[in-house]
Design a protein around this ligand. Structure first.
Ligand code: DX5
Ligand code: ZN
Length: 218
């Protein structure tokens, strides 16, 4: 009874070939692309910003859905630039802002969908007051900052609780998800599944994506 979309995270891919990597993931059956933006301040790592997103949009054309995971300290700052660059969804961290309500409004006004993310140490009760105003909740299953970490199964009660309270909310999981852990996520009620290294570092991403889809379609 599960159905979920698979969004590869290209963080672990060859960053000098990002356009080609995004195209390759779409050709291999990805439903959307999860793009990790890190500012070296909210998390101890740096990736890329809106100029890169603008180039990627040109490279892959209008169709692939860009889910921007904004691991940045001042998420307010990048809403307009990301919308202009061709982002479809803007997922910010609850821990990074003092005024989620205003940010949600700005993201919507800029024409993007709204995602709200929580780190492993943030409770789901802190996210709940905003759940009816957002399109997607992102429950992190690793500490944000790096690909290739171990899946935290103890985050699954957050997903189940959100699913029980908000049946039509999109719920995404991100961090350490692959063929061994995706079943737990789907069972708990996640319907947007990010998978980074399991897909991107595989010699056969098409088969891994097919395998992940198989699990969530059962
Ligand atoms: C971690 C990022 C994730 C990460 C996922 O901070 O938000 O999107 O790249 O990669 P894996 O699946 O390797 O944990
Ligand atoms: Zn991410």
């Amino acid at each position: 009874a599960y159905t979920a979309k698979i969004g590869p995270s290209i963080l672990s891919s060859d960053l000098s070939q990002l356009g080609r990597e995004c195209e390759r993931m779409m050709e291999c059956g990805a439903d959307y692309l999860h793009l990790d933006v890190m500012d070296g301040h909210f998390v101890p790592n740096i990736t890329f910003g809106h100029p890169m997103v603008e180039c990627l949009r040109k490279a892959v054309g209008p169709n692939p859905f860009f889910d921007m995971h904004m691991m940045v300290s001042r998420p307010e700052q990048w809403v307009k630039p990301m919308a202009a660059a061709g982002a479809n969804q803007y997922t910010f961290h609850l821990e990074a802002t003092t005024n989620p309500g205003n940010l949600i409004k700005e993201i919507r006004e800029s024409g993007m969908k709204v995602g709200l993310a929580i780190k492993p140490g943030t409770t789901v009760e802190e996210l709940a007051p905003w759940a009816r105003q957002i399109d997607m909740a992102l429950v992190m299953t690793v500490e944000p900052g790096f690909g290739g970490q171990k899946f935290m199964e103890d985050m699954m009660p957050k997903v189940s609780w959100l699913r029980s309270q908000f049946p039509s909310l999109d719920i995404e999981v991100d961090g350490g998800v692959g063929p061994d852990s995706i079943h737990r996520c789907a069972e708990a009620g996640a319907n947007m599944i990010v998978s980074g290294s399991a897909v991107v570092s595989s010699s056969d991403p098409r088969s891994v994506i097919a395998l992940l889809k198989d699990v969530v379609l059962e």
